[in-house]
Design a protein around this ligand. Structure first.
Ligand code: IMP
Length: 171
C-alpha cells in the first residue's frame, strides 16, 4: 500500500468543519452538562480540536475499542470509570465504517452505564461500507469507500500525524 498523492480534506477545511460542529453541539446542549466519550486512538485530533471549541459544561471520558478481524464483533479494551449514569453522553469517533464498533458501544453504554442520552459525533462517515444501522448525529464529512488516513486515522498505526485527510492505495 502507498499513500495517495491527492488530499480529500485540507487542514483549513477540517478546521472550518470542526468549528461548525462545535457551534451545533454547543447550541444543542446549551444548559446541559455533557460528557464526551472519545474512542482512542483515532479520535484524538478531532477530540482535541472539538473540545477546545465547546463552551459549555464539558467533561471527558476515554475508552479504547478493538474492531475484531472477523468483521462481526467489537470489544472494549478499557474505559474510564467516570459515572455516566443519568448523564448526557456524546461519543466522539474518528470514522463510522461498517458501524459494528459503534453499534456495540451504544448497546453496551445503554445497558451497563445507563446515561440519560447518547449521541454520536463522527469526524468521518463512510456510508457505502455500512453493515449496521447506527445513528450519526454530528458528522464532519462523508467519504467514499477508500481506506482514509490522517488527522488521527491510521493504516497499520501510521499516518495518524498527517494534518489532512488522504487515503492509501495498492501499489
Ligand atoms: P467500523 O467498521 O464502523 O466498526 O469501524 C471501526 C474502526 O475501524 C474505526 O473507528 C476506525 O478506527 C477503523 N476504520 C474504519 N475505516 C477506516 C479507514 O478508512 N481508515 C482508517 N481507519 C478506519
Amino acid at each position: 500500500m502507498k499513500l495517495a498523492t491527492g488530499i480529500l480534506f485540507t487542514e483549513k477545511q477540517i478546521r472550518q468543519r470542526v468549528e461548525e460542529l462545535a457551534h451545533q453541539i454547543d447550541a444543542d446542549y446549551r444548559g446541559k452538562p455533557l460528557i464526551l466519550c472519545a474512542i482512542l486512538k483515532g479520535s484524538i485530533p478531532f477530540l482535541a480540536d472539538l473540545m477546545r471549541r465547546l463552551t459549555g459544561d464539558v467533561r471527558l471520558a476515554l475508552l479504547e475499542m478493538k474492531s475484531q478481524v472477523d468483521g462481526v464483533h467489537a470489544n472494549i479494551l478499557f474505559t474510564s470509570t467516570m459515572d455516566l449514569s443519568g448523564q448526557h453522553v456524546l461519543i466522539v469517533e474518528d470514522i463510522v465504517d461498517t458501524g459494528i464498533t459503534l453499534d456495540y458501544l451504544i448497546k453496551h453504554l445503554e445497558v451497563e452505564r445507563t446515561p440519560a442520552s447518547i449521541r454520536v459525533a463522527a469526524f468521518l462517515d463512510k456510508p457505502e461500507a455500512r453493515k449496521l444501522d447506527v445513528p450519526v448525529h454530528y458528522r464532519g464529512f462523508t467519504v467514499p469507500d477508500k481506506f482514509v488516513v490522517g488527522y488521527g486515522l491510521d493504516w497499520q498505526e501510521r499516518y495518524r500525524n498527517l494534518p489532512y485527510i488522504t487515503w492509501v492505495e495498492s501499489e
